[in-house]
Design a protein around this ligand. Structure first.
Ligand code: HDD
Length: 716
């Protein structure tokens, strides 16, 4: 590791990792035993045309290690990307939690991993899916892991259903198709008879499931947790991560294309933003509910398919997270990091959410398989920044050399140490919740409201968001081969909102069937009366919650162009001044301009200057950018109109509702790209024909122009 990189954005965890970093620059090649290797090109043979000798320990060591390079991928969340950074506490948290890392001004190193859920490690970033959002805080009291998602609810209410749910969404077992996609029979079969999933389905069918990048999505702890203050008072909380850049998504057609053009789109974006110094930031917040208020809502705080609407309980910000350094090695850090909900510190505790309770088992168990044994906490990325002392010993790959004779307690040979810590000394003591109940396998009646928050979500969406949800469902159910599954889904959607079901049904060419006789899985134990488990009927009071709509996220209020990517299309003969002026205006606002031309290398402007080209039309596409601008210069524009890729570039950007701009000569390319009336494109919202950059930059700040989609796409 170069000294410069290892010292960049330094924190306690990064310096702790220093002892494990290896840098081969300028060094001799050695075996794993440190022996210098003289010939790494040829195996040891009996004569230069003879057989290889078993004696060749160098060959054997190299091949054996290679043969064992792979470990099992995560059973879910296999594809991910991660970064280092820090969390800095505001002065708000200490009154609710005694956790050391929430004391005002405390800076704690973090390692954050984002992931898709269903796809395998080599799948595409742009699958329609939930995104994992897992943060490891290396606090002075030990590691705290907040293992959440970018959606605030989950598909199921009880962890015992997790394997069923995952088996349904994963590729089908007989042919392992489709990869990283929920658009298939088994997923929708399961969902169509599982009403508790309907709220989550609304989120997954919304644009939240196809983020523009990982820096522009929210995160949620999902479950209700507890914060415990210095006096021992507990309060229920829901954790939220709010991105500084607001919430942004792509459209489905874009997602499909990005999956082919750059399957690493999100991973690349995060990496590049950090390398460019555009450090992503989120604020951590909590919704706080006093214990006395636990039952005052018309949903159960322990039910992970429910949110607490922000209108009922606002989010109190506790601090901010900044990701400011990429890992040095993907496998060592991003692949080997092991998160677990049960990694908590004093001041944070659990609730009885049955999904949370099951997760408390699953995460350590899965690491034993994935990382191969009980010492995975010793892997550098998983080590806390504080020292570890206990009587646990041995196991595969043990790193720690425990000195002394005692690995048991009580002992007097080592003064009964390591010793227990009092709470005043930082010892963790579980919150003493009073629990009194019969041992039952059952689901609380308070969990039987399956539809009202799904409807709340639907009601809260802007018109364009509703269009996207309808289209997503038409796509997903359109890929389902069994008509009975499609029909059952229409019955489910009709419970959420008639309008939703009717619009989806139109695309499927189906009528909404009667719900009579459909056997739903309502979590009924074999000996119970199904009537007792019926979903609670909607009350008609579902209303709206502004925070649920992407349209209302902070960036959309505070419009800016920070970190947006713009393609400037040009060919030889382009007007260099129009390129320079736009670049300057974009960079002044924190956006990035890339010059895209028919060929790579240098572009020769009309005035004879040369400008470096960033991408050829072959190596990029409009779906990689937030907006497209056509440089001036008749010769350049004429050349571009002859290039199908350039015409397509504009056509797609327009279709995806992005800002499209052109210097006045560029009109010709826009017209060539128009579908429908050739002049319509010039009048479209968010289309600017202007020799100066101002109008284009203003449109870029707005983002997408959904009115175009409403006009040009088939109505759904
Ligand atoms: Fe999980 C990984 C988030 C329910 C069992 N989960 C995993 C990761 C995230 C989540 C972000 C990836 C961590 C990483 O980057 O390494 N999981 C969630 C959320 C859930 C949830 C927000 C619901 C609120 N998970 C859930 C249940 C179970 C699991 C109910 C099992 C009963 N999850 C796992 C796992 C994984 C995992 C099998 C796979 C890899 C790993 O743990 O380390 O144990």
């Amino acid at each position: 590791m170069s000294k410069q990189k290892s010292e960049k954005n330094h924190n306690a965890k990064l310096s702790e990792l220093e002892q494990n970093r290896e840098d081969s620059t300028g060094k001799f090649l050695t075996t794993n035993q440190g022996l210098r290797v003289n010939d790494d090109q040829n195996s040891l043979k009996a004569g230069d045309r003879g057989p290889t000798l078993l004696e060749d320990f160098i060959l054997r060591e190299k091949i054996t290690h290679f043969d064992h390079e792979r470990i099992p991928e995560r059973v879910v969340h296999a594809r991910g990307v991660a970064a280092h950074g820090y969390f800095e506490a505001y002065d708000t948290g200490a009154q609710y939690s005694k956790a050391d890392f929430l004391k005002a001004g405390t800076k704690t190193p973090v390692f954050t991993r984002f992931s898709t859920v269903a796809g395998s490690r080599g799948s595409s970033d742009l699958a329609r899916d939930v995104r994992g959002f897992a943060v490891k805080f290396y606090t002075e009291e030990g590691n705290f892991d907040l293992v959440g998602n970018n959606m605030p609810v989950f598909f199921i209410q009880d962890a015992i259903k997790f394997p069923d749910f995952v088996h349904a969404v994963k590729p089908e077992p007989h042919n392992e198709i489709p990869q990283a996609a929920s658009a298939h029979n088994t997923f929708w079969d399961f969902i169509s008879i599982t009403p508790e999933s309907m709220h989550m389905i609304m989120w997954v069918m919304s644009d939240r499931a196809i983020p523009r990048n990982l820096r522009m999505m929210e995160g949620f702890g999902v479950h209700t947790f507890r914060l415990i203050d210095a006096q021992g008072t507990a309060r229920f909380v829901k954790f939220h991560w709010k991105p500084k850049l607001g919430v942004h998504s792509v459209v489905w057609d874009e997602a499909l294309q990005i999956s082919g053009k750059d399957p690493d789109f999100h991973r690349r974006d995060l990496w590049q933003a950090i390398e460019d110094g555009n450090y992503p930031e989120w604020e951590l917040g909590v919704q706080i509910v006093e214990e006395a208020d636990e039952t005052k809502f018309d949903f159960d705080l322990l039910d992970p398919t429910k949110i607490i609407p922000e209108e009922l309980v606002p989010v109190t910000k506790l601090g901010k997270m900044v990701l400011n350094r990429n890992p040095d090695n993907y496998f060592a850090e991003t692949e080997q990091v092991a998160f677990h909900l049960g990694h908590v510190v004093p001041g944070i505790d659990f609730s009885n959410d049955p999904l949370l309770q099951g997760r408390l088992f699953s995460y350590t168990d899965t690491q034993l398989k994935r990382l191969g044994g009980p010492n995975f906490h010793e892997i550098p990325i998983n080590r806390p920044v504080v020292t570890v002392h206990n009587g646990q010993r041995d196991g595969h790959m043990r790193q720690q050399i425990n000195v002394g004779k005692t690995s048991y307690s009580p002992n007097l040979l080592n003064e009964n140490t390591p010793k227990q810590a009092k709470q005043s000394e930082g010892g963790f003591a579980s919150y003493q919740e009073r629990v009194d109940g019969n041992k039952v396998r059952a689901r609380s009646k308070s969990f039987r409201d399956h539809y009202s928050q799904a409807r709340l979500f639907w009601n809260s969406q802007a018109d364009w968001e509703k269009v996207h949800i309808v289209k997503a469902l038409q796509f997903e159910l359109g890929k389902v081969e069994e008509e009975s599954v499609r029909e059952r889904m229409l019955i489910q959607l009709a419970q959420v909102a008639d309008e939703l079901a009717t619009r989806v049904a139109k695309g499927l060419g189906l009528e909404i069937p009667s719900a009579e006789g459909v056997q739903l899985n309502l979590g009924v134990p074999a000996d119970a009366d199904p009537a007792e488990y019926q979903s609670r009927p909607l009350t008609g009071k579902e209303g709206k919650s502004d925070a649920l709509s992407i349209e209302n996220t902070p960036l959309n209020a505070d419009k800016n162009i920070k970190t947006k990517q713009v393609a400037i299309l040009a060919a030889d003969g382009a007007d260099g001044d129009s390129i320079t002026a736009l670049k300057k205006a974009l960079e002044a606002g924190g956006a990035q301009a890339k010059l895209v031309a028919p060929h790579l290398g240098k572009l020769r402007t009309g005035a004879g200057e040369t400008i470096k080209i960033d991408f050829s039309l072959q190596t990029t596409a409009s779906v990689m950018f937030d907006g497209v601008y056509v440089a001036g210069g008749d010769k350049s524009v004429q050349a571009l109109t002859q290039q199908p890729d350039a015409v397509n570039f504009i056509n797609e950007a327009y279709r995806h509702c992005k800002p499209v701009g052109a210097a006045s000569a560029g009109k010709a390319l826009l017209k060539a790209a128009a579908y429908g009336g050739a002049d319509d494109i010039l009048q479209g919202d968010g289309v600017s024909i202007d020799d100066g950059p101002d109008a284009f930059v203003a449109n870029l700040a707005i983002g997408r122009f959904w009115s175009r989609e409403m006009m040009s796409e088939p109505k759904v």
